[in-house]
Design a protein around this ligand. Structure first.
Ligand code: SF4
Ligand code: SF4
Ligand code: SF4
Length: 197
C-alpha cells in the first residue's frame, strides 16, 4: 500500500509528497521512470526527478505541478512518451485463452476472469496504463478511446478511484503474501512433527 511514512521523509516532505501525489493521475503506468505515481512524487520532492515526466497527466498536470512547486512550466520530456487521448483496454474475448497473465499485472484489478476462461476489462475502472498489453501471449488486448459516457468523470474523480483501487490491490496482495507465509510455516511445522513421530 502506498502509505507515506513521515519518519522516512520528514513531516514537511511527507505532506508535500502527498500533495504532489494527489496531482498525479494514478495511472501507475511507470512511464515517468518510477514504479508508480507515489515513488515519482517522492522523487520530485527529493529533487531527483523533473515535473515533466508523466505523459498521462497531460500538459494540465505539468502546469498543476509547476504551480504547486513554484517552478516554471516545462513541456513533457519526450523520452517518457507522449500525451494521448484517454483510453481503456479491451479484450477480444473470442481470442482470449484464459492464461491470466493480464490479471497479474493490472495495477487496479480492472480485469475479471479465471484460469482457462475468457477475461474482460471493466472499462470504468481501467486507467489505460497499457501494462496488460505486453504480457498477453495471443495479442488479444487492444486499447480503445474512452466512450463519450465515460467523460463525466473529472480528472480528480478518476485519479481518486484509481488510487483507491491501487491501494486495495496492494492491501490484498499483502494479505495473500502473509497468508501464504503462514501456510508455509504451518506445513513446515507439520512436516517437522511428522518426522519426529
Ligand atoms: S501516471 Fe504518471 S506519475 Fe503515475 S506512474 Fe504513470 S507516468 Fe508515473
Ligand atoms: S486493464 Fe490493462 S490498461 Fe486497464 S488498468 Fe488494467 S493493466 Fe492497465
Ligand atoms: S493475457 Fe490475453 S489471453 Fe491471457 S487471459 Fe489476458 S487477455 Fe486472455
Amino acid at each position: 500500500m502506498s502509505v507515506l511514512n513521515p519518519n522516512q521523509h520528514g513531516n514537511e516532505d511527507a505532506a508535500l509528497i502527498e500533495k504532489v501525489n494527489n496531482l498525479l493521475p494514478q495511472t501507475q503506468c511507470g512511464q515517468c521512470g518510477f514504479s508508480g505515481c507515489q515513488p515519482y512524487a517522492v522523487a520530485i520532492v527529493k529533487k531527483q526527478a523533473e515535473i515533466n515526466q508523466c505523459p498521462p497527466g497531460g500538459e494540465e498536470g505539468i502546469h498543476d505541478l509547476a504551480k504547486l512547486l513554484n517552478k516554471p512550466f516545462k513541456r513533457l520530456n519526450p523520452e517518457h512518451g507522449e500525451h494521448k487521448p484517454e483510453q481503456v483496454a479491451f479484450i477480444i474475448e473470442e481470442d482470449c485463452i484464459g492464461c491470466v497473465k493480464c490479471l497479474a499485472v493490472c495495477p487496479v484489478d480492472a480485469i475479471v476472469g479465471a484460469a482457462k476462461y475468457m477475461h474482460t476489462v471493466i472499462a470504468a475502472e481501467c486507467t489505460g496504463c497499457e501494462l496488460c498489453i505486453a504480457p498477453c501471449p495471443v495479442d488479444c488486448i487492444i486499447m480503445q478511446p474512452i466512450s463519450v459516457h465515460q467523460y463525466h468523470h473529472t480528472k480528480h474523480d478518476k485519479a481518486s478511484l484509481a488510487k483507491r483501487r491501487f491501494d486495495a490491490r496492494n492491501e490484498r496482495k499483502q494479505i495473500e503474501a502473509h497468508t501464504a507465509e503462514l501456510l508455509r510455516q504451518h506445513k513446515k511445522k507439520a512436516l517437522i512433527s511428522a518426522s519426529k513421530e
